[in-house]
Design a protein around this ligand. Sequence first.
Ligand code: MOS
Length: 693
Amino acid sequence: MTTTTERAVGQPIERIEGPDKVRGAARYAAEYQVGDDLAYAWVAQSPVASGTLNGVTVDPLVEADDVLAVLWHGNAPRLAEADDPELAVLQSERISYRGQALALVVARTFEAARRAAATLQLDIAEDPHDTVLRTDHPELYAPEKVNPAFPAATSSGDVDAAFEAAPVTVDVTYSTPALHNSPMEPHATTALWAGDDLVLYDSNQHPPGIAATVGALFDLPPERVHVITEHVGGGFGSKGTARPNAVLAAMAAKVTGRPVRLALPRQALFSMVGHRTPTIQRVRLAAAEDGRLTAIDHEVVEHSSRLFEFAEQTAVATRHMYAAPNRRTGHQLVRLDMPTPRWMRAPGEAPGMVALECAMDELAVALSLDPIELRVRNEPSVEPESGVPFSSRHYVECLRRGADRFGWHDRDPRPRQRREGDWWIGTGVAGATYPTMAQPSTARVRRLAADSYEVSIAAADLGTGARTILTQIAADALEVPVSQVRMRIGDSTLPKASVAGGSSGSASWGWAVTGACRALRSSSSSSSSSSSDEATFDSSELIEKQEKDGKHAFGAHFAEVRVDAVTGEVRVSRLFGMFAAGKILNPRTARSQFLGGMIMGMGMALHEESVLDPAMGTWVNHDLAEYHIPAHADIESIEAEWLDEQDDQLNPMGSKGIGEIGIVGSPAAILNAIWHATGVRIRDLPARLDKIL
Ligand code: MOS
């Protein structure tokens, strides 16, 4: 028996694949050398946001020996019906958004494919388009549900009467722009057919999901599709489901009879793989003189596409953050001539908590109350809308301990008080929350020779450290050192795993891994002769029985900013996050997850903005030179800490997800600090210097 001090879980173990990544030995989807006849594909994208594609003409001078095929809806193989209409690539003459794949060139070389695609003549009849989100749009409607399956609207008590009666109210509208996930590794697929079976080296967050989705399009059962996803250079939600690159590569390989590689160029990521919807959010808060909220109202306007109803759950976090007897949340959508919005890190919570947590700061000012004290006074005893008790909630502890660590206590609450040279200095705070979820998964463990074990699950490691954490979990459940565990992931033929999304990967896969390893131990320790060298565990039944409500991670962000009085430039001189997210499985990889989220939140507050040109019907800053994500030079002092939170109602590890909570609340803390520094409220993100001056 190992003792508790020797447990692997909780140790800051370095990423198992780290040395391979540093040496360049780790292979990504577009790096597999498959066969001597590998062909390359390039997508010709729609130059209009709405219209009809009537024909494609290939320049005979360009269609030289190097070009193997030019596919479009006039000649592409027919696909079976797709659940996701954006995957019905090259199937219809209809153009639904600018950037849509209209043709695919397959050539012997990458350069030949790209050059031929540039010379294609697309015969398009253009229609008028509408790509602008606005609150007075005549086609706004209220969806029934928001993602993943929440009611779109909730209401309790009498919100309007509470506002009439309240001594202090705020009524503010915040807007957030469209944002793009921008993983370092672009979406890429290397596809080949092995007889009637399809093999995809694909960059994604869910190998079994990709196998099922792409398989269905080609009339193949999932087991006939082999998706290999050994390493992933980030996804942030944009690789959660199959994207058009996987389907196009498979189609091209089928038509040419060769392996085909399709790596989307950076600019194509801005239209082909999803974005975070822009939002316009009205938040109304009513409070008694003592700061107790009497009403909360959060109403959201956002968009989807002509193809698909994707309804981001922007106001859902507001349903459990603060107590108030009268409450209302709602979402309205408009279907625009745009690509479909998709998941992007903390979809819903990240933009929604900007509005709520900035509105709380505005209310604190209106009440002349410390913003931490205001939040503490509105701490609910149970989940306000469901009435379900929280499995654990240490929000107030995060605020209080965070305040101690950050040095909040001698803060002058008045804005525009502290100036050093050209710089105004201010501090801000905001809350964080993210749901705690687990999804059914299956894992298998085998005892190999010499007391080593192979543990298998079709999970994807996006660079977060999932492979390492699962090794730690398996080692503890087997009661062996991590050196005796070999973890196999990133392959759809392994036991079925849920998506690396919703901050649920470690909880979901770790649960299955723990179950399998414990089953193997109990079978080998039993006195019966049936002891086995292999065990499999499926967590579906246990997860179905679980209470789903009342489970959330919490946190508090603290920001100090300097704002240049002459130029309006904002520097975040300190960013600090205090989290309560259950058992932290690996402090090294967890810290990276928290900091990565906080940095992405800084991008949301200050830098990131997909700028729409309504005339073209698309975003004009579609590359990393013009779409600004924070760089090292933007980061000064940044740190994350966490409470030692025990929660035995979650999963065998007692962990909550940590991949997304870092981006929730950190933008609001920065915006609140900008107000404190300058007296300027930025209600339209990002906080560009022209809005501050
Ligand atoms: Mo995350 S946006 O749920 O992959």
